[in-house]
Design a protein around this ligand. Structure first.
Ligand code: UD1
Length: 394
């Protein structure tokens, strides 16, 4: 669906965001606009709703009305990032009039690629669907971007690439899952530790699609110095924008923790099933690194900036986006009860397939190399989520 394409035949820079109407995508689109950059969204609405676009724009416009200044432009195309003819047409539209090293430049100066399937349990039942969507689609998309000389790329990866290495480490360090051999100085005497290629811990096909995605991108960066690629490994994003206008609204039956808690809070579901109270954690429920989605979204601005400036040698880097602090599932329930003043009934169930006991990010690489640090707490996230629900129900 291409309307108003002619409008974009100017030399203004644009950021292309696939999956830009989804949970993390919509929050990141908002932060990119707030940072003053124009956005082209590609979203096939497979797990999002069209009115999210108007909501993003109204929050962004309110932001600029408050601080002064003009809100950048945004356009949305309801197509799949995997539909090569549509994507070709789109990239054609954003071709620049300028040439660099004999190749036509693009006005798309960076891509943030969110569009992917992300339910761990579903990926165990339907692996081919996950490999097709998350990997075949990625390869075709990269081919096209290469053809149009669009080579600054931020990839949505996941803590799932660490898998059960999580249960053997207090903090998950990027070099534990690496695409090249790395020598890291560790310990008080700075003895060298060598990290080898690969990941031995991945517990599910979803995690493998993210690992393979990173590996493909690492190979691509090695093959052509023109690429600047950053793979952001998300830990557990929660909460929503403080405006209460954007939230997590998955289609179908939710499987992530907070969307399920929301179902219970709104009375649609009777109780939250807590998957296991026999993990090796203080209260027996699993521990995760829950990060406010607006903090996570701002991490993308830092990554985009680093990619656009070609900050990383070899044109490739993996970076965790987490807080460095773990909270258990039962602590999340308590925080949500404190924020809402309502009870969240729970039932202890069996462990869920593919889960790990504890997963917490090492955050020093993000702080050092992106200059980014999260600022919001778990309670902030729960308060913002409750605010969103109140507005939605009003
Ligand atoms: C996993 C990945 C994460 C990825 C996400 C995508 C790991 C360590 N993390 O998150 O990087 O972005 O998938 O979906 O692989 N829980 C319940 N009851 C529920 C739902 C969840 O107890 O009804 C528990 C789970 O057992 C888990 C925690 O809540 O311990 C968080 O679950 P979820 O929100 O689904 O995310 P992860 O599986 O941790």
């Amino acid at each position: 669906m291409f309307d108003n394409t002619i409008l974009h035949r100017t030399n203004e820079p644009w950021i292309l965001i696939t999956g830009g109407l989804g949970f993390i995508g919509s929050h990141t689109t908002l932060e990119v606009l707030k940072a003053g950059q124009n956005v082209v969204i590609v979203d096939d609405l497979s797990n999002s709703f069209p009115d999210v676009f108007q909501r993003i724009m109204s929050v962004a416009e309110a932001h600029f009305a408050k601080i002064g200044g003009i809100c950048p432009k945004a356009v949305v195309h309801h197509v799949s990032y995997q539909h090569t003819p549509s994507m070709r047409l789109l990239l054609e539209t954003y071709r620049s009039m300028d040439f660099i090293h004999g190749k036509q430049r693009s006005n798309i100066t960076g891509v943030i690629h969110f569009a992917s399937f992300k339910a761990v349990e579903e990926s165990i039942r339907q692996p081919l669907r996950y490999y097709r969507h998350n990997l075949n689609g990625l390869v075709d998309f990269l081919d096209l971007l290469e053809e149009y000389n669009v080579k600054n790329f931020v990839f949505s990866s996941s803590a799932a690439v660490y898998g059960n290495l999580a249960d053997k480490s207090d903090f998950l360090r990027e070099e534990q899952v690496s695409h090249e051999e790395e020598l890291i100085r560790e310990g008080i005497d700075s003895t060298n530790t060598r990290f080898h290629l690969g990941s031995t811990g991945i517990t599910n096909p979803y995690g493998r699609t993210k690992y393979f995605g990173e590996a493909i991108l690492s190979d691509l960066a090695r093959s052509d110095p023109g690429w600047n690629i950053i793979c952001l490994r998300y830990f557990n994003p929660v909460g929503c924008d403080a405006s209460g206008m954007l939230g997590e609204d998955p289609k179908g039956v939710p499987s992530n923790l907070l969307p399920v808690v929301v179902k219970v809070l709104t009375g649609e579901w009777k109780e939250l099933q807590v998957f296991g109270n026999d993990w090796d954690t203080p209260d027996g429920s699993p521990i995760r690194d829950f990060i406010h989605v607006s903090d996570l979204a701002r991490g993308h601005i830092a990554a985009l900036d680093a990619a656009q400036h070609g900050d990383f040698a070899g044109g490739f880097r993996t970076i965790n986006l987490g807080t460095g602090s773990g909270h258990s599932v039962l602590e999340v329930v308590a925080a949500m009860e404190a924020a809402s003043g309502r009870k969240v009934p729970i039932k202890i169930s069996r462990r869920r397939a593919g889960d790990v006991g504890s997963s917490v990010a090492a955050t020093d690489r993000a702080a050092r190399e992106l200059g980014w640090k999260p600022t919001e707490t778990l309670l902030d996230a729960c308060t913002d989520l409750w605010n969103y629900l109140q507005i939605r129900e009003a």
